[in-house]
Each structure stands twice: as C-alpha cells, then as structure tokens.
Design a binder for this molecule. Structure first.
Ligand SMILES: N[C@@H](CCC(=O)N[C@@H](CS)C(=O)NCC(=O)O)C(=O)O
Length: 305
C-alpha cells in the first residue's frame, strides 16, 4: 500500500483531529506542511481547488475533509474502531454538532483573545474565505458573547462525561475526536485565567485522556516529494453509479464539487463513483497527471460543470 500522507500545519484543529485518529490506529504516516493561508501552490495540483486543511493523500487518491479522511482510515484500519460500541449514527450526529456549532464558537473565543497577535494576512485570508469582513477589533468585541455560548455547549459535553471516560462509552469514538479538536485550540491559545475550560475539570481530564492517544508515527516529507508520489501512482477504481442518485448523475459526467460553507472553490472532474456519503471525481493535472479526488457528500454541493 502507498504511504499515508497528511497535508496539514501544526496549529490546525481539524488536522489535530486526524493526527489523533492516526494515533488511535497506531499508523505510521508522512507529514507535509502546507501554508496556513492562500496561496497553496503545492496542494492545488492534488485537490484542483479545495484549499481547506487537512488533506490526506494515498498515492494518487486525494481525500478532502476529515469526514472523508476518517472514513477511509476506518476502512483501511478497522481496529480499534472509531465506533467501538457500534453507535455509528450517534457518533456522526455528535460530530456534526461539534463541528457545525461548537467549533466556530470555540475558535471565535480563541481568536478574540489572540486579536492583534494573529499572524500577518490571516484575518484577510479568513475574511475572504468566509465572505465576511474580519478585523481584530471585531473579533475581540464578539468574544464575550461567544464565551456565553461556549459555556452552554461545554455543559452538554460535561453531561456526556458523567458516566464514562469518553463521550459515548469506555473507549474513544469518532465523537471524541470531533469534540476534542475545538477545545484543543482553546487550551492552546487561551490563558488559563481566561480559559472557559477552567470551569469544567471533568472536560479537562477527558482532554488529557485524548491527548495521551498521541499521533502515531509521523515522518516529515517535502511537498515536492508528495507531488512525485501522486505522479508516479496510478489510481485505479472501477466506475460505479449510484442507482438512487436524486439528480440522476452518472459515472463519466463532468461536475464541480464545492464546499457549501467556507472556502467555496470548486474542484472540477468526471464522476468515477458516488453514493449518499461520498463522491469521487477524476481530474487530469499538468503537474501530477491523473488523480482521484474524494469528497464527502455532507457539506458539499455537486453541480454540472
Ligand atoms: N469540514 C472540514 C473543515 C476543515 C477546516 O475548516 N479546516 C480549517 C483549518 S483547521 C481550514 O481549512 N482553514 C483554512 C485553511 O487552512 O486554508 C473538515 O472536516 O476537514
């Protein structure tokens, strides 16, 4: 099997979710650092436009979004499972809440504290990505409102920990990885005295159990080498149709796949396979040749190219 390559940067919460998931599975992987803001010239040949972090590469197969990345990781490394008690639906429902609500609130609180210390160009980039004008003054003034919201959501988490060491039971599940990374970002960037976490010792103990999972074994790789790996690999996947596709989409059709929220840059290609959960498109790139780009269906819009 080709090596697992993660394109990421150290301070990315979603990348931390995947790094810890690699830790649970005991995976050895290659680590390529990408820029935190655009441009990302050595990522674009792989994704064809998708800019978010992280991206996983296995040969010439490119997995965008952690939903898609962890699904593939579970398929290749089933044990220990991300669904140890079989509560797959519940784990995904908690994940959706954690990443659609808790994440933005937590990151807003941390950014509100970091304010003027955010790296040069960061607010401009994230403003363009989200279609909102962001300034240090604005994010600082939003912080108190967000802290109130965060406390309320921390109470949900605290209640989930009242019986077991992890959110859904005795072992960590996908739900833990999804809820942990927004809080990891708070813990890293908020001073102890101002951290909304200090009120919740049970959550802090759970975070220590999560951190102890570790990251597996990472070995650095240069972005140029990852591009060579994609170029040398031959993606192979038999075309298949989704018989229930509501839009009647078929393998071979050209489509664009676009994130529905932030960073709405489309990736264009030809459908190779699709289902209710995932769509895989083939694209030809002048730098790396043929690549298959995998996206989840949840949170992505598929439209004719
Ligand atoms: N739904 C995506 C969200 C990923 C995401 O928002 N990542 C942040 C970094 S933690 C990002 O892309 N920021 C902009 C960037 O890195 O260019 C996923 O699950 O992978």
């Amino acid at each position: 099997m080709s090596e697992i390559i993660l394109h990421h940067y150290p301070t990315s919460p979603y990348a931390e979710k995947v790094r810890l998931a690699f830790g649970l599975k005991g995976i050895s992987w290659r680590s390529v650092y990408i820029p935190m803001i655009m441009p990302k010239p050595e990522l674009m040949p792989l994704t064809g436009g998708y800019r978010r972090t992280p991206v996983m590469q296995i040969g010439a197969d490119i997995y965008c979004d952690t939903l898609c990345i962890l699904r593939e990781v579970e398929r290749r490394f089933p044990a220990p499972s991300f669904y140890p008690d079989g509560d797959k639906g519940l784990a995904h429902a908690v994940t959706w809440w954690a990443e659609k609500s808790l994440f933005d609130t937590a990151v807003g609180v941390a950014f509100g504290e970091m304010g003027d210390q955010l790296p040069e160009g960061f607010l401009k980039d994230r403003g363009e990505m989200s279609g909102r004008e962001l300034s240090a003054a604005r994010i600082k003034s939003a912080r108190p409102i967000l802290v109130d919201q965060l406390r309320a959501q921390f109470t949900f988490l605290d209640d989930m920990l009242n019986k077991n060491p992890f959110l859904l039971g005795k072992q960590p599940s996908l739900a833990d990885f999804a809820a942990y990374h927004p809080l990891w970002f708070i813990a890293k960037n908020c001073a102890k005295e101002t951290s909304p976490l200090s009120e919740y010792p049970r959550i802090v103990e759970w975070m220590a159990r999560m951190a102890a999972i570790g990251h597996g074994k990472a070995t650095p790789m240069k972005a140029a080498e990852a591009l060579e790996v994609a170029k040398a690999a031959k993606p192979s996947l038999a075309a298949s149709n989704d018989p229930n596709d509501p839009g009647g989409r078929k393998a071979g059709q050209r489509v664009k796949v676009t994130p529905s929220e932030f960073g709405r840059v489309p990736t264009v290609g030809e459908i190779v396979a699709s289902s209710a959960d995932e769509i895989i498109i083939r694209r030809m790139d002048e730098t790396v040749g043929e690549v298959l780009v995998h996206f989840p269906r949840a949170g992505f819009i598929v439209s004719p190219a």
